[in-house]
Design a binder for this molecule. Structure first.
Ligand code: PHE
Length: 340
């Protein structure tokens, strides 16, 4: 009996279980209902009484070994067959998530596109500015409150006092200094103001400022240009109104409202039941500014305007909290797909 058991052990260990067919042959030979293990159990009845116990244990142990060997090989073959399935070349490729443009980037592109259609070129400049480009050339009197520490982030650097630009009008000063009219330019970019961060204010935001200088540029040209912009941006039905205002660098100056696109000017929460939404500041370039930048104010006139990109995006996408634009919350950002 012992010898038979050893022979069976030697035999089963010699089997090469290379595929499912070999595995099935193995099972039939050793573990099947007419297999060798079954025969061994049958043969136990011929073993003398005093040896039965020991022989029974040996047969059981052999069966356990064969079953373990069988299971192990079965698992190995199954896992390699699923690997083969993964190599199905006809399967459609897994889709990758597609990113989206930031809403401010979308609106910025749209504003640039609208103005480029009527001949405006894009100009950019540094975010760290000197006093001349951010204030003095723009006709800010020395005591003007906008120079106050509360509004401006000043940077001390040796003799020269620098600041983070508070508007991109500084870029237009550079353009005027370096070119001759006619000038048609828009300056998109990030600007900084020393404000407490809340839903309605931030310490930085983005602007697009525009400048047009030529002979005989009038306020009517300004109004028509902004009406064109409002209709392109907010739809054919949009209208604008101008309210007198003050900026050091323009005279006369105005603030511009667009008719509320949400309620069609009939009054809602967003326009505070006025039917109008403020979108930008503008005016005729002050002759002092032209002269400071080397342009003869007796020959040339011009207009300028400036808007916050966040403000336009807020109206376009109805975003109420300014902070969302810089928090990089993926749930917010992934809503803005498509576009420019
Ligand atoms: N520079 C102004 C601001 O930042 C906007 C503006 C630009 C107003 C041009 C009038 C003319 O608020």
């Amino acid at each position: 009996m012992k010898e038979t058991i050893e022979n069976i052990r030697t035999e089963f260990l010699g089997w090469d279980l290379k595929d499912a067919a070999a595995l099935e042959q193995f099972r039939i030979r050793f573990l099947g209902s007419k297999g060798l293990i079954k025969d061994l159990f049958g043969a136990l009845k011929d073993v003398p009484g005093d040896q039965k116990r020991e022989a029974g244990q040996l047969v059981n142990a052999l069966r356990a070994e064969i079953e373990a060997y069988f299971d192990e090989n079965k698992q190995r073959l199954e896992s390699s067959s699923t690997k083969a399935e993964k190599l199905d070349f006809s399967r459609p490729a897994a889709t990758r998530p597609i990113g989206s443009r930031h809403p401010l980037s979308l609106v910025r592109s749209q504003i640039i596109e609208i103005f480029s259609r009527i001949g405006y070129a894009v100009s950019e400049g540094p975010e760290i500015e000197d006093d001349w480009h951010n204030f003095t050339a723009l006709n800010f009197p020395p005591e003007h409150p906008a120079r106050d520490m509360q509004d401006t982030f000043f940077i001390e650097k040796g003799e020269k006092e620098l600041a983070l630009r508070t508007h991109t009008s500084s870029v237009q000063v550079r353009v005027m200094e370096n070119s001759t009219p006619p000038i048609r330019t828009i300056s998109p970019g990030r600007v900084y103001r020393n404000e407490a961060i809340s839903a309605r204010a931030h310490c930085f935001f983005h602007q697009v400022e525009g400048l047009y200088i030529d002979k005989d540029v009038s306020f009517a040209d300004l109004k028509q240009t902004l009406l064109y912009f409002a209709k392109e941006m907010f739809g054919e039905k949009a209208t604008i109104r101008m309210r007198p205002s003050y900026f050091p660098f323009t005279e006369p100056s105005a603030e511009v409202d667009v008719s509320c696109t949400i309620c069609n000017a009939s009054g809602c929460n967003v326009c505070k039941h006025s039917g109008w939404l403020e979108i930008l500041g503008c005016g005729m370039v002050d002759p002092n500014v032209l002269d400071a930048c080397g342009i003869d104010s007796k020959v040339y006139s011009g207009f300028a305007f400036g808007m916050g990109i966040e403000r336009i995006a807020q109206l376009k996408y109805r975003v109420n909290d300014l902070r969302l634009y810089s928090e990089n919350d993926i749930r917010f950002l992934k809503q803005f797909t498509g576009g420019f």
